[in-house]
Design a protein around this ligand. Sequence first.
Ligand code: NAP
Length: 285
Amino acid sequence: MIIDGRAVAQEVRDRVKREVEELVASSGPRPGLATILVGDDPASQIYIRNKHEKSREAGMVSFDHTLPGDTPQEEVADLIQQLNDDDSVHGILLQLPVPDHIDGDAMTGLIDPLKDVDGLTPVSIGRLVQGKPGMVPATPAGCMELLRAADTPLEGAEAVVIGRSQLVGKPVAALLLRANATVTQCHSRTRDLAAHCRRADIIVAAVGVPELVTGDMVKEGATVIDVGVNRTDDGLKGDVHFESVVEKARAITPVPGGVGQMTIAMLLQNALTAARMQAAVAGRA
Ligand code: NAP
C-alpha cells in the first residue's frame, strides 16, 4: 500500500473545518493563528503563505507578522508577549530557522504553552514525554496519523526511528512509545543501522540523507514512514529508497505526497485544540 498523504491531510483539514464551525456554533471562539516570520528566507515565506491559506480555508482567522531580518531579539520577544496576551490569538507559531542574532529556542520558550501550536516549548515537550495531553509537534503528529490511516498495529510493535532531532525524531519516538510500541532510536553514531531496521515492524526515517534506507534493510511486511525531504540533482528524494523498499513494505509513504502533506493539517488541528483549551480555561475563570 502506498499511503496517500494528500488524501489523509485533506481528511484532517475537512474534519478540522467542520469542528471549527461546531465550536463557533456552540458559542466558542473562532480559532486565531498568528505567525511570526523574521527575515525574507524564500522557503519560509512559502511555508508561511501556505499556513495562512490553509488556516483561512479551515475557517480560522490568521494574523501575519513579518519582521525585517535585522529586528532586535527584544522586539520579537515583545511581539510574542503581545500575542500571548491577545485573546483573539489561540495559536502562535515562530517560523524557524530565525536569523543568527536571535535565539530561536529562547524565543520559542516565551510562547504561552496553551498557544504553542508547534509543540516545541519545554512545557509541551515535557507533557508529551510524560504522556499527558498537550500540543504535539505537527510533523510527528502527521506520522502517527499516517500510521493510523494505514491500519498499522502499534501495540507491541518493534518500531525503529532513525533520527533524534527535537523537531521530528524525539517526538515521533515519544508518540510511538505512548502508543505502546517498543521503540529503538537510531542516529549517526548507531553501530549497525541495517540490523536495527531489519527487525522493525515500523520504520520512521527522519534523517536528511537521500535514500539511506534501502530494500535490503527492510523486513517483509514492515510499514515505512519517510519524513526526509532532500533536494538532489535527480529531484526531491526521501530518506528511503522508494523503488527497492516498496517491494518489501506492507505500506510506505512516497516523497513527495506523504508526510510533507501532513504538517500543515496537523498544525490546524493543534490550533483548534488550542482554541478549545483556552475556551475551557476561560470558562473556569
Ligand atoms: P536533523 O535535525 O538534521 O536530524 C537528523 C538526524 O538524523 C540526527 O539525529 C542525526 O544523528 C541523524 N543522522 C544523520 N545521518 C545519519 C545516518 N547516516 N544514520 C543514522 N542517523 C543519521 O533533521 P530533522 O529536522 O529531524 O529532519 C530530518 C529530515 O526530515 C530532513 O530531510 C528534513 O528536511 C525532513 N523534514 C520534513 C518535514 C516535513 O515533511 N514536513 C518536517 C521536518 C523535517 P545525530 O543526532 O547523531 O546527529
